[in-house]
Write a protein that binds this ligand. Structure first.
Ligand code: ACM
Length: 530
């Protein structure tokens, strides 16, 4: 009798203690939600003595450890040394695979993150950072109880391609803002950054063999601003910055439509030019020589409006393919990732047969430079090369055409995944031709059920594009991308069975508090209790 009362007393004190001091691991505001969370009943504390211990060997292991330390040091004010010798936060690389899955074991004495791949370890680190109190994101020293709940997490992504796109063509986006966006993408475990580098209003990447592309084509943007472009060195800097965060850059050259910036730069590429077959290398190097012999159309005017579907390359001119060849060669040489995006959308003034011929020729060129083509869903009206990808944005029938050819589909339905759509009719910027997309709408869809006949095995992944017709600065990026980017992150990462709007809306409120500290100007959706 005495013993059982004693037992009861101890249990209730422990229980009370757990209730008061140790929130449950499963109540943490982690986005995207991990696939499995098991609760413990205590907490692990970051203290001035805590270090990070690296176990295993991998090219980027030290960088991953330093990345974690770099995020823990400013707000805690602790040294957080990184070494192979000792530490209560253990990062253990158990293999050298491309694995993105990871496990975290948290006891009162130790946190251990394990993965057989560096990407998985990096994602484990992102999850761990989200377990600490929100003050951890502060750039200056804070007094907080740096405790995280004990328990374990077992996690892996549902889709292998989790992307976001920045349209740097309609409005040029500075390298600093692209890096800022990459930092945010990394927090939410995205692994592909698609850069829409060219459009009617601007050409944003240096092509050494066609210098007028940036000289003329890069000189403006929507609204008539000064535009801009990345030199190849700057593009490499973006690629490297993304790679350090396990994000692969996918460059897009949109064609044969959306090409006015090219047509304004080089008159000879305008339709109507039919250069003779022959030494195209000479043509490529010195197109001006031909102006003496041929009636070359005038260059187009630069364009700063937002209409679409009115420009086209000439599909019949060999000079067009010499141009595409140069561009694909130069960009592929500075792009380590596997994909090259060929655009292909809204080519409304290209004859259908010309369009198909063009897409098939361009796929071959891209393939010659060792890259796999991605194109907007219209490209599936052509014969796709094996392995090439159709990015579904508008027409289910095109997604179906891709599937029927045995090709995979990247899911970016404009009604759900387009970050540039207004939230509602009062949104200060954004468009609404596809839909108004409130946060719950961006969250409540399932890629494997969205398009008739397109199931998991047909889907490469999910991507959230941010078109920039109405986006001119970082505040605009923040307002349209946050919080919706996190909704798409969870759609792409977490299995359907694990997702619920009710639960996500609570977790995203936790992220809002972090964004407040960091100065991210997110949209305070009325659907969330911030
Ligand atoms: C697109 O939105 N035109 C792909």
């Amino acid at each position: 009798m005495k013993k059982s009362i004693w037992t009861l007393l101890v249990a209730s004190v422990l229980g009370l203690g757990a209730c008061k001091e140790s929130p449950l691991l499963s109540d943490s505001a982690i986005i995207p939600l991990p696939q499995e969370i098991t609760n413990g009943s205590g907490s692990f504390n970051l203290t001035p003595e805590t270090g990070i211990k690296l176990v295993g060997s991998g090219e980027h292991l030290t960088a991953i450890g330093e990345h974690l330390a770099g995020k823990l040091r400013p707000a805690s004010g602790f040294d957080v040394p990184v070494s192979a010798d000792a530490g209560q936060i253990v990062l253990e690389l158990t293999g050298s695979e491309a694995s993105e899955s990871y496990e975290i074991q948290i006891s009162e004495e130790e946190v251990k993150i394990t993965s057989s791949g560096e990407a998985g370890l990096f994602y484990g680190v992102q999850t761990l950072l989200q377990l600490f109190p929100k003050e951890i994101v502060n750039p200056t020293v804070q007094s907080a109880n740096w405790a995280i709940p004990t328990g374990s997490i077992k996690d892996e992504p549902t889709f292998g391609y989790r992307g976001s796109m920045l349209d740097v063509a309609r409005h040029f986006i500075s390298i600093e803002d692209v890096k800022y966006y990459i930092d945010q993408m990394a927090v939410y475990k995205f692994n592909y950054l698609h850069l829409h580098l060219t459009d009617d209003q601007g050409w944003r990447i240096e092509i050494k063999s066609w210098p007028k592309l940036t000289e003329i084509g890069g000189s403006t943007e929507v609204g008539g601003g000064e535009g801009g472009f990345y030199t190849q060195e700057q593009y490499k800097e973006i690629v490297a910055y993304a790679a350090e965060r396990f994000i692969t850059v996918v460059p897009e050259v949109d064609m044969p439509g959306h090409t006015n910036a090219v047509l304004a730069s080089y008159g000879e590429l305008n339709p109507g030019v039919n250069l003779p077959d022959g030494d195209l290398t000479t043509v490529t190097k010195a197109p001006l020589e031909y102006e003496m012999e041929l009636k070359v159309p005038q260059a187009a005017e630069l364009y700063t409006g937002i209409e679409v579907g009115w420009s086209t390359f000439s599909s019949k001119s060999e000079l067009t393919y010499a141009f595409v060849d140069s561009v694909a060669r130069e960009i592929s040489a500075i792009t380590p990732g596997p994909y090259f995006h060929i655009g292909g959308d809204e080519s409304h003034v290209t004859e259908k047969s010309d369009y198909i011929y063009f897409v098939e020729r361009v796929q071959d060129i891209v393939s010659k430079y060792g890259k796999t083509s991605i194109g907007w869903d219209e490209v599936a009206t052509a014969k796709l090369l094996p392995g090439n990808v159709a990015q579904f944005w508008a027409l289910e029938e095109n997604a179906k055409l891709a599937k029927d050819q045995g090709n995979q589909i990247l899911m970016s339905p404009a009604k759900k995944a387009y970050l540039d759509m207004q939230y509602d009719s009062t949104s200060r910027i954004g468009l609404h031709w596809a839909a108004y997309i409130e946060l719950d709408s961006a969250y409540l869809w399932e890629p494997t059920e969205y398009a008739e006949g397109i199931s998991k095995e047909n889907i490469l992944g999910v991507e959230a594009p941010l078109w920039t017709e109405t986006v001119t600065n970082r505040a605009d990026i923040d307002y349209l991308a946050f919080p919706r980017l996190t909704a798409i992150a969870e759609v792409a990462w977490t299995k359907k069975e694990g997702r619920s709007w009710e639960n996500y809306s609570k977790r995203v409120a936790g992220h809002g508090k972090r964004w407040d500290i960091q100065g991210v100007g997110y949209y305070k959706s009325p659907k969330v209790t911030w």
